[in-house]
Design a protein around this ligand. Structure first.
Ligand SMILES: NC(=O)c1ccc[n+]([C@@H]2O[C@H](COP(=O)([O-])OP(=O)(O)OC[C@H]3O[C@@H](n4cnc5c(N)ncnc54)[C@H](O)[C@@H]3O)[C@@H](O)[C@H]2O)c1
Length: 305
């Protein structure tokens, strides 16, 4: 089997490729390295530094069975500041990947949406049928959903949309303007520096461990029920940012106090996934927050610090 992964140098893409290679699947990887890190791409991946908006990449899709389309501009703050570029990468880039996949006879495109499409919905847990995107990023992700549906009707595209909640685990990039909370808190504390909590720390997030997400990725290739469906990929439990901070502090035996930074109004106060849809096809997240945190800390101690 041959699988093409866009965004292969990123957090989810590099973890997914590792898993695919462990399963003896040939992996072609595309990334323009705008955010991703080349050294994170697992050995065994045939890597091409290319842009998803480029029509010339179609040759890379020859004899590809499945495409995982993960490449995106996904920093909320960068997207707010650059709406035109966000649209170009997230919407036009995705359209290009869908069209090439159709022309090359790819069996299915499994593509990344986001839990951000629920940011304006007050009722929790979020169900796939009720969305209210507010930020530039969320709107761009919602648009990919509309395009997937249109291309199914007009050209027979098979696609599965994954609305990831907060995925965490090894290889999460920490070199960003606003890094993801787990790696940001762990690295700063291990270095004896004060991590920043944006807002007052009361915002709750549904965190899901990357290995559990990969279990679902594999199911998407095998299970026809996932064709042209959308799934929430979360743990179904949420934790406040402050409580995650306290847990990390206690595991690391640290007494470092956080710095409180600006609150971002465009972000949802709380996120929580209803994962009934994903459970219907036999998926269940297995990693508890304490195990996931421990694994993340061990990885950072061994590989980053
Ligand atoms: N990590 C999460 O918790 C989360 C949550 C919701 C949605 N998502 C979505 O899942 C996908 C993967 O997320 P991630 O955390 O691995 O992100 P990431 O930023 O680590 O990886 C994205 C990769 O895409 C690449 N990229 C960006 N623009 C590109 C372009 N024009 N051409 C080619 N490559 C390009 C980047 O260099 C990067 O390596 C994204 O689409 C993201 O929006 C992730």
């Amino acid at each position: 089997m041959k699988v093409l992964v866009t965004g292969v140098a990123g957090f989810i893409g590099s973890n997914l490729s590792r898993k695919l290679i462990e399963n003896n699947i040939d992996v072609i990887g595309i990334d323009n390295l705008s955010y991703g890190v080349k050294s994170q791409i697992p050995s065994g991946v045939k890597f091409f530094q290319e842009d998803i908006r480029d029509k010339q990449i179609s040759g890379l899709f020859d004899r590809v069975d499945y495409v995982f389309h993960l490449a995106a501009k996904n920093s909320l703050i960068d997207c707010e500041n650059n709406p035109a570029e966000t649209h170009d990468i997230n919407v036009n880039g995705t359209k290009n990947i869908f069209n090439i996949s159709i022309n090359k006879g790819v069996k299915k495109v499994i593509y990344a949406e986001s839990s951000a499409v629920y940011e304006g919905v007050e009722a929790l847990p979020s169900v796939e049928t009720t969305t209210y995107p507010k930020s530039i990023y969320a709107k761009s992700k919602m648009e990919t959903n509309t395009i997937a549906q249109q291309l199914f009707i007009s050209k027979g595209l098979f696609a599965t949309g994954l609305r990831y909640f907060n995925v965490y685990g090894p290889h999460q990039d920490y070199r960003r303007t606003i890094p993801p909370v787990f790696s940001a808190f762990i690295i700063k504390m291990l270095q004896g520096e004060r991590p920043t909590i944006y807002g007052d720390g009361s915002k709750k997030r549904d965190f899901v461990y990357v290995d559990d997400v990969n279990d679902f990725h594999l199911m998407c290739m095998q299970n026809k029920l996932t064709d042209n469906n959308i799934y929430n990929i979360g743990s179904g439990k949420n934790y406040s940012i402050k409580s995650i901070y306290e847990r990390i502090k206690s595991i690391l035996n640290s007494d470092i106090k956080p710095i409180y930074g600006e609150n971002f109004d465009f972000e949802a106060q709380d996120t929580l996934a209803n994962i009934d849809q994903a459970k219907k096809i036999g998926w269940e997240p297995k990693t508890s927050i304490s195990i996931g945190l421990k694994k993340s800390i061990d990885y950072i101690k061994e590989n980053v610090i």
